[in-house]
Design a protein around this ligand. Structure first.
Ligand code: CTP
Length: 434
């Protein structure tokens, strides 16, 4: 096992100083309360992989909430306790958060159900986890600081780049782990162990996912689609029969695969241009996955996954709107008449950025794609120089005509008919006179 010296070295060299101090303080509070405290899970995994991770999970042998309260008192953190789970969140004044849990063991009374919980040793706490690479822990108490706990072969699996479950019933107890397995496999460029892959396939075959609620599956999909490059994971979900669980006809066969690749390029392009104003990448990818399904099949999925109403609206009716608008744009482009900026603007302005990016990925019409891209880069943010207040001071009564006039001003600006404030005021006067 990794020497304490080596881990201490990693802690010193991989982490910034404030984070190192924080770990010492965690140990200090543990010493003060006479509790063993550990940092566990993803943070340790990523430390050993030399990857940055700021999600600190602390496990306390004993009362985790008591630990959080003492730590909070000393370091000015707010404590949000969840008594039912014996866990707490420490919230620092700058918003930084740490999860604290009481070491516990869990029994699953039936597959897919939520577990029954009891306090336990750190070893049992680690045993209930999903994959061996997530079972590593580092001691924080002064006398043991930097000791690595590796009960289940986590280090050797990190070296072998293998995702392995701890026992044969892992996927049965918590079928969402199938999605997690693929997420880690693709994110870390690891591979499912042979036995683990076999267990996963039989869990799929035996339909254990049916026992998981739709929203939990949706949440796992969200986590996968939010990874920097979700495409290989999507292909793997398909290969292992997990996409089919979302809908029997959902798949990433050749043409959807092409669409996903185009979406990835488009989303990357957009984020490179607009580093500040991000987009919900996952929505673009989800639209691609839906594109092989018809309206009623999509609605089935939305109901099944229990999507929150705003998403259901986006993937349902709005998706139909995008298809219609892209189709219109393609048709008008094929008429070989040049569209003015304001015409393009009028067609596309209702669409959220995610829908536009999806539209760009989807169209095979070169000119339509160019216009959408022009809209995103140049037209979308155009506004008039004068506003409602100016109209008011021109003696115009507030009402729906404000919107109409302002729209006309934007259209004139898009088409290069006005440039200064004076131009705009002149145009308003002309509109009012006419
Ligand atoms: N866990 C689990 N089964 C699940 C979800 C989580 O066993 N269905 C365990 C994992 O061992 C994980 C820990 O709970 O290490 C914390 O979960 P999470 O924060 O989701 O995992 P991370 O490994 O931190 O993943 P990420 O890097 O994506 O944050």
């Amino acid at each position: 096992t990794l020497k304490r010296r080596v881990v201490a070295h990693l802690l010193r060299n991989q982490l910034r100083e404030p984070l190192q101090k924080l770990l010492f303080h965690i140990g200090e509070v543990g010493d003060f309360l006479g509790q063993n405290v550990f940092v566990v899970g993803g943070f340790v995994r990523d430390l050993l992989l030399r990857q940055e991770n700021f999600d600190i999970d602390v496990v306390v042998e004993g009362d985790g909430i008591g630990f959080a309260e003492e730590f909070g008192r000393r370091h000015g953190c707010r404590v949000r306790a969840h008594r039912k789970f014996a866990t707490a969140v420490l919230v620092f004044p700058d918003g930084f958060k740490i999860d604290v849990a009481s070491a516990r063991t869990e029994y699953y009374l039936e597959p897919g159900a939520l577990p029954t919980v009891e306090t336990a040793s750190i070893k049992l706490d680690l045993y209930r986890r999903d994959f061996t690479i997530n079972t590593l822990a580092i001691a924080m108490n002064r006398a043991h600081f930097g000791e690595l706990l590796d009960y289940f072969g986590g280090q050797s699996d990190l070296r072998e780049k293998a995702i392995r479950v701890l026992h044969n019933l892992s996927f049965v107890e918590d079928p969402t782990r199938m999605f997690r397995a693929i997420r880690f496999e693709q994110r870390l460029a690891f591979q499912l162990g042979r036995h683990t892959e076999h267990l996963l396939k039989s869990a799929v075959r035996m339909g254990f996912l049916e026992k998981v609620s739709g929203p939990r599956v949706f949440n796992e999909m969200l986590l996968i689609l939010r990874e920097p490059d979700p495409l290989p994971a999507i292909a793997r979900l398909d290969e292992l029969g997990l996409l089919a669980y979302i809908h029997p006809r959902m798949s990433c066969r050749s043409e959807i695969n092409r669409l996903l690749a185009a979406a990835k390029r488009t989303v990357d392009w957009y984020e490179l241009l607009y580093t500040g104003e991000g987009c919900q990448r996952w929505q673009v990818f989800f639209l691609c996955l839906f594109s092989g399904l018809d309206e009623s099949e999509v609605n089935q999925v939305l109901r099944h996954l229990g999507m929150p109403p705003r998403y259901a609206e986006f993937f349902g009716p709005e998706r139909e709107t995008v298809h219609r608008i892209v189709h219109q744009l393609e048709w008008r482009c094929s008429q070989r008449r040049n569209l003015s900026n304001s015409e393009v603007y009028r067609m596309l302005r209702e669409l959220p950025i995610e829908a536009l990016l999806y539209g760009m990925a989807r169209t095979e019409h070169e000119e339509a794609r160019r216009l959408m891209s022009h809209f995103v880069t140049h037209l979308r943010s155009v506004v008039s120089l004068i506003g409602g207040r100016d109209l008011q001071s021109m003696g115009l009564k507030p009402g729906p005509c404000y919107g109409e006039i302002l729209n006309k001003l934007v259209a004139a600006r898009l088409d290069g008919l006005v440039s200064t404030r004076e131009d705009e005021l002149r145009l308003v006067r002309r509109l009012l006179a006419g």
